[in-house]
Design a protein around this ligand. Structure first.
Ligand SMILES: [Zn+2]
Length: 261
């Protein structure tokens, strides 16, 4: 069984045919999907969606590119919402949180404030975090070292060897998906080939980061088996072994998911 550790199935791109997409995922080898929230207004929809599909799970948080339009009080609401969600077996962590230093016009100070506050919440509830890391590896690592959440996923990992080692040292798994299917993605493909398999999780980031054969069309979790095949080929490994190990990694790094699946 495969687990998609990162899919935004609540995104508006799926509004017209979400039920058919879910049916396609359920019919595939993908037995689990983690749906991270990005902003307070979608906390309810990710929870509802996770309950609508077998193997559905969700996380709650505020994405760095949404902090500008979030209120400071959303952090207080997040604490209350997490407190309630702790009773929901499909709730598995805090996310999607992080720092995005790629977009120049996004307020870095405010991103850092929200990232810190959410790491603190994760620590208080003993929950793992799912992180968006874009041109911000070193600051993300600083936050992890300071607040020490129990474990984390660095989604769509795109850092150096040294940064990968430092994330792993902080109990992180690194997310690999569509990006590694592109021949020109030399660094990501090399990391996917050389890092210890026990540190990798698979993801689609649907509807984004379409694999090469799909690009630029919409991505969804039913493409994860083909993405797993790509990883197997890169590593010269058996795809069943890849599926079992990356799913085990997902359960380890997201312990509540381990109780669910
Ligand atoms: Zn995401």
């Amino acid at each position: 069984m495969l687990i998609d550790s990162h899919c935004h199935l609540d995104a508006s791109e799926f509004d017209l045919d979400r039920d058919q997409v879910i049916a396609k995922i359920v019919a595939s080898e993908v037995g689990g999907c983690v749906i991270p929230a990005v902003v307070a207004s979608n906390w309810g929809s990710v929870a509802k969606l996770a309950h609508q599909m077998p193997g559905g799970a969700y996380t709650l948080g505020i994405h760095p590119l949404f902090v500008r339009n979030s209120h400071d009080t959303d952090l207080i609401d997040l604490e209350k919402t997490i407190d309630t969600a702790m009773h929901d077996p499909r709730f598995v962590g805090v996310g999607e949180i992080g720092l995005d230093y790629f977009e120049p016009d996004h307020d870095r100070d405010r991103q850092w404030l929200f990232f810190q506050a959410q790491l603190k919440l994760a620590k208080a509830f003993d929950l793992p975090v799912i992180m968006h890391v874009r041109r911000s590896q070193d600051m993300i690592l600083k936050g992890l070292r300071q607040f020490k959440p129990r474990s984390a996923i660095a989604h769509a990992f795109n850092g150096s060897d040294q940064q990968a080692a430092m994330f792993i040292e902080q109990n992180c798994c690194l997310g690999f998906g569509g990006a590694m299917t592109f021949m020109r993605a030399l660094q990501i493909r090399r990391l996917a080939r050389e890092l210890g398999l026990e540190h990798l999780v698979l993801e689609t980031d649907a509807p984004d980061i379409s694999p090469e054969w799909l690009h630029p069309a919409r991505n969804d979790s039913s493409h994860l088996p083909a993405i797993a095949n790509c990883l197997a080929q890169l590593r010269g490994d058996d795809v069943v072994h890849i599926a079992n190990q990356t799913s085990a990694n997902c359960r380890r790094v997201l312990p509540r998911l381990g109780l669910l699946l």
